[in-house]
Design a protein around this ligand. Structure first.
Ligand code: GLN
Length: 243
């Protein structure tokens, strides 16, 4: 079995260890004997995104987002084709913001988004940001799981119809907000950065399964020993005072 993953804007969108998410998918796939093909796509590089099983975009500062959003917009039809054909999309922070209608940074500059979804994001002037560790209760296709991560964003995302989860501790989509991220079964957008998959292996496996289902249908992944990952997650949960 093969899983083809493409990391878009790898050279500009890689905040807080976002590349760790790719590493986790790669290793967890390889441990199951899956041939993990990891590719990258930079600005102006020609790639047919619909030929991949998983698309990943990480987070970036406003400056980096400004460099790439027009390139991303030019790929709208290709990304739509990929999603329609069953490619799973994982988006962190700045990447997540761009799948909504727009992002307005703290200086008032507006960057148009792909508008696949109705949400919009605006950062306040004055530089106030949502920073810190975060815990949420996520609903993944009916399965309720607790997720821990780290967020650092100025953007406040509103009008999210199907959030990734309910905030237990931290901010989420807005300052001291009730909900975090976006999830619709095919696209997962979140403000949680690089520790997302290392600390939450259940999500990594969900993404692997969804990506593989594009070509292989419903498959069961062998269980892995997640004792260390579970410990790491529990340490952070108790530090955050979440049971
Ligand atoms: N620049 C965006 C914001 O501040 C995204 C930041 C990020 O990706 N961490 O909201």
């Amino acid at each position: 079995m093969e899983c083809r993953l493409i990391w878009m804007y790898h050279d500009v969108m890689d905040l807080y260890g976002d590349r760790g998410n790719i590493q986790v998918l790669k290793v967890r796939g390889q441990k199951r004997g899956i041939n993990m093909v990891i590719d990258t796509c930079g600005i102006n590089e020609h790639k047919d995104l619909s030929t991949y099983d998983i698309i990943f975009i990480g987070g970036g500062a406003d400056r980096e987002q400004g460099l790439l959003y027009q390139d991303l917009l030019a790929r709208k039809d290709n990304i739509k084709k990929a999603i329609d054909q069953g490619t799973f999309v994982l988006l962190i922070c700045g990447g997540y913001q761009f799948f909504g209608k727009y992002y307005i940074d703290g200086d008032g500059n507006q960057m148009e988004g792909l508008a696949f979804f109705d949400y919009v994001t605006k950062a306040p002037s004055g530089g106030k940001r949502c920073i810190g560790n975060i815990a949420i209760e996520a609903n993944l296709d009916g399965e309720i799981i607790r997720v821990v991560g780290f967020e650092n964003h100025g953007g406040q995302t509103i009008d999210v119809k199907t959030p990734f989860g309910k905030v237990l501790k931290g901010h989420g989509n807005t300052f001291d907000g009730e909900f975090e991220g976006f999830y619709n079964g095919h696209v997962l957008g979140t403000y949680m950065h690089g520790p997302l998959l290392p600390k939450n292996p259940q999500i990594a496996d969900l993404i692997l399964r969804k990506g593989l289902s594009k070509r292989y249908g419903d498959i069961k992944l062998d269980k892995l020993d997640d004792a260390i990952e579970t410990k790491a997650r529990n340490v952070m949960m108790s530090r955050l005072g979440v049971k």
